[in-house]
Design a protein around this ligand. Structure first.
Ligand SMILES: [Zn+2]
Length: 279
């Protein structure tokens, strides 16, 4: 089946704060021409530099995925917005920001899903290109594994393991389609351990964080109400979708075991190396 590329029917805007930088940000997403992909533009910097949402533009994977040209010209925490654009089928858009980080909103992708859905999508005069794998591609690192298998469509399976009694091991498996994404994956929030939140604050990270925007886990159990019993693993699926969106539209069955932003990025690089492509 030939699918046409899509963009937003109109621009959307959001004002909020970055999770790690604490920065106040105005973000606007504009429709863009077919074949252009997703671009980020820093409108607060001289010359309004822009860069494509692509594996080759990843500048950091510590705690979040950051895209940019260098350490100064970058946008942090792109993964939840990228997942929403990818999951809902937006191929082309320009994301303008007046600061260094995508707002954390409620710690999930639900706000982006709502805004994109309200704006609506339009089909464009170009057939969407999918990436198909010639065989299995995998990466591993310190007990975490991530594998992509050739498939007819994009699906993600993920195993989250922990010895925390309240969280335990969680497994989730989803066909990544707009409705499934919007209802079952997008609302899952970032995970934070109470003791980690303190360490992050000392490092100057997680400045914009508060208990409402994360599933916070203390020694006894969850410190706030969860949206799904397995919200933690669903969020890991969300992160994985957002990070792999930088590769393109994959037709692959992706299986992750304890993987995070860094390994997600390595898989993206490995897939592109396998395809002989340097996007
Ligand atoms: Zn996340």
């Amino acid at each position: 089946m030939r699918v046409h590329e899509k963009t937003l029917a109109r621009s959307i805007s959001y004002h909020g704060f970055g999770l790690h930088s604490g920065a106040e940000v105005n973000l606007t997403i504009h429709p863009a021409q077919a074949g252009t992909g997703i671009f980020f533009r820093r409108v607060d910097l001289p010359g309004q530099p822009e860069f494509k949402a692509a594996v080759s533009n990843v500048v950091s994977t510590v705690r979040c995925t950051a895209l940019g040209l260098n350490e100064e010209v970058k946008v942090m925490t792109v993964e939840h917005l990228m997942a929403a654009l990818h999951g809902l089928g937006v191929d082309n858009a320009v994301v303008e920001l007046d600061n260094c980080e995508v707002p954390v909103t409620d710690g999930s992708a639900a706000v982006w899903v709502r805004l994109i859905t309200e704006a609506g999508l339009v089909e464009q005069n170009r057939i969407r290109e999918y990436l198909t794998l010639p065989g299995p591609v995998w990466v591993e690192e310190r007990g975490a594994k991530l594998i992509a298998l050739p498939a007819e469509s994009f699906s993600v399976s993920y195993l989250f393991t922990s010895d925390h009694p309240a969280v335990g091991n969680q497994f989730a498996e989803y066909a990544v389609e707009p409705e499934v994404f919007a209802e079952r994956i997008a609302p899952a929030r970032t995970l934070g351990f109470a003791h980690e939140v303190e360490v992050l604050r000392k490092q100057g990270l997680a400045l914009g964080g508060n208990p409402e925007i994360a599933v916070v886990i203390g020694t006894e159990g969850y410190l706030n109400e969860v949206r799904f019993p397995d919200e933690v693993v669903r969020h890991k699926v969300l992160d994985l979708i957002g990070d792999l969106a930088l590769v393109g539209r994959l037709k692959a069955q992706v299986i992750g075991i304890r993987s995070g932003h860094h390994l997600n990025h390595l898989l993206g690089q490995q897939i592109l190396a396998t395809l002989g492509n340097s996007r």
